[in-house]
Design a protein around this ligand. Structure first.
Ligand code: G3P
Ligand code: MG
Length: 458
């Protein structure tokens, strides 16, 4: 059925069966990448449609902010964003992308000399420099310094092009080992990592007597397996961790202490919340600019370009001020309405009887809203790996809603170790499910206390 007018002439709120004026959602999405959006070189066919829906191509005209939280890495966030943009034919910015190693930025001021492991060539060295690390070494530098460190691997011409040739690792202390991305050479990387962990103060060629003097080790994530375009899952960084811990125990009799980032760790969750808040502000600011430019081009007081022909609403930011079921919405409209009859976002003084209040929300107030943005009412997290994704979304804040899809690690018929709030075939189904669920909630709130419209208003 078509959308009904929301307000009668006397400001009475009429019942609706669909809310479909342009607005920005109070809820948001976060997506895992491997096994949800891509599988190795292949793009999951449903992904493009899913993101188009969130960008506004949905029956309710709602724009939903979203970010990506992958345990993957090995390239700059900007490159990952560009690749997603290309594959999905949408604009993804680096501000929307968190990779496993992204939160390691916070270690920049903690360690002077770091060994960065994983990824192709010296890409991870460049990422670490970009994050602000000053002295960044990679295993290839050590292999060049002394090829006997890894007896079964000879540097290729490509390796030699990217490795540093000026470092004496018997005199250069490694303060921390940061495993940024999946190792491309497990044997060589294991050999070097273990030697340093057992070293005296991080110098190659030394052995600690206590095995407690080596550098600290950090992993960007601990996914044991992950999903590619091969039919079975592949071993990931979590598996490398297991082998290193086992070899360390076997050699020293001690348990290895590691620090993990990525999903499901709390640190990454906090980081993701910060990124999502910033991104929601960006989306809202862009929306405010759009509204401003539309209002700027208005020439007649009688014409409100923000209104649709069959509706009294203007463009709207639909925001829940708390994590309760009460939705408050910010409406930009020049139509005279009774503010008390509308679910308008309330500043502390929004009940005032000033003339201005009759104009709904002003741009200034909307700008203020971007500063005071309440947390997302619900964050739908779509992932394929119960141990990292579902656990991540279930563990840290009840406003996150986990959705497990069947296009990656999780296989239908198996029992997921961490139970999702909802399971879908693919990412498109997940988005449809959430949009419908949210629309029902929004509609129920609108209709609570609204009256049935007279026949002529329908
Ligand atoms: O190495 C990548 C992999 O372990 C998982 O990536 O996007 O599923 O978190 P993702
Ligand atoms: Mg995944």
């Amino acid at each position: 059925m078509a959308s009904l007018s929301s307000l009668g002439e006397n400001g009475v709120r009429y019942k609706k069966d669909k809310i479909d004026h342009p607005r920005v959602a109070s809820y948001a999405f976060a997506f895992d990448i491997d096994g949800v959006i891509v599988r190795g070189p292949d793009t999951v066919p449903y992904a493009k449609g899913a993101l188009e829906m969130l960008n506004g191509k949905n029956p309710y005209n709602i724009k939903v902010p979203y970010i990506f939280v992958t345990n993957g890495g090995g390239r700059p966030e900007s490159e990952r964003a560009a690749e997603l943009s290309k594959r999905l034919d949408i604009e993804v910015t680096e501000e929307q992308v968190i990779q496993g190693h992204t939160p390691m930025k916070d270690l920049v001021d903690v360690y002077k000399n770091v060994l960065v492991v994983g990824g192709v060539g010296d890409k991870c060295r460049k990422i670490a420099h970009h994050y602000g690390f000053k002295n960044v070494f990679i295993p290839l530098d050590i292999m060049y310094w002394n090829p006997s460190v890894t007896p079964y691997y000879d540097l290729t011409e490509e390796d030699e092009k990217v490795c540093r040739k000026d470092v004496d690792f018997s005199k250069t202390k490694i303060d921390a080992i940061l495993v940024f991305a999946d190792s491309r050479n497990w044997a060589a990387d294991q050999q070097i990592i273990l030697e340093l962990l057992m070293s005296k103060n991080g110098y190659m060629g030394t052995v600690s007597e206590t095995y407690e003097e080596g550098p600290s080790i950090y992993f960007a994530h601990s996914d044991f397996i992950w999903s590619t375009n091969y039919k079975l899952s592949r071993y990931g960084m979590g598996a490398l961790q297991v082998t290193i811990a086992a070899l360390f125990r076997e050699s020293t009799g001690k348990e290895l202490k590691v620090t993990r980032f990525g999903k499901p760790q709390r640190g990454t969750f906090k980081f993701a919340e910060k990124v999502l808040t910033n991104w929601r502000k960006d989306v809202l600011e862009e929306y405010v600019e759009e509204v401003e430019s539309t209002m700027g081009s208005e020439t007649s007081e009688d014409i409100n370009p923000l209104e649709t022909s069959d509706s009294d609403e203007g463009l709207e930011f639909s925001a829940k001020t708390t994590k309760t079921t009460t939705t408050t919405s910010t409406t930009v409209t020049k139509k005279k309405v009774d503010p008390k009859s509308m679910p308008v976002f309330k500043d502390s003084d929004s009940e005032s009887s000033d003339e201005d209040d009759d104009e709904g929300l002003t741009i200034q107030k909307l700008n203020q809203l971007t500063l005071d943005l309440p947390p997302a009412s619900t964050v739908y997290f779509v992932g394929d790996t119960p141990e990292s994704d579902i656990r991540f979304a279930n563990s840290h804040d009840e406003s996150w809603f986990s959705i497990l899809v069947k296009t990656g690690v999780y296989q239908e018929g198996t029992v997921p170790k961490y139970k999702p709030k909802h399971t879908c075939d693919n990412v498109l189904e997940a988005v449809k499910f959430a949009i419908e669920r949210e629309h029902k909630l929004e509609l129920a709130e609108w209709n609570a206390g609204a009256v049935t419209p007279p026949p002529e208003a329908a």
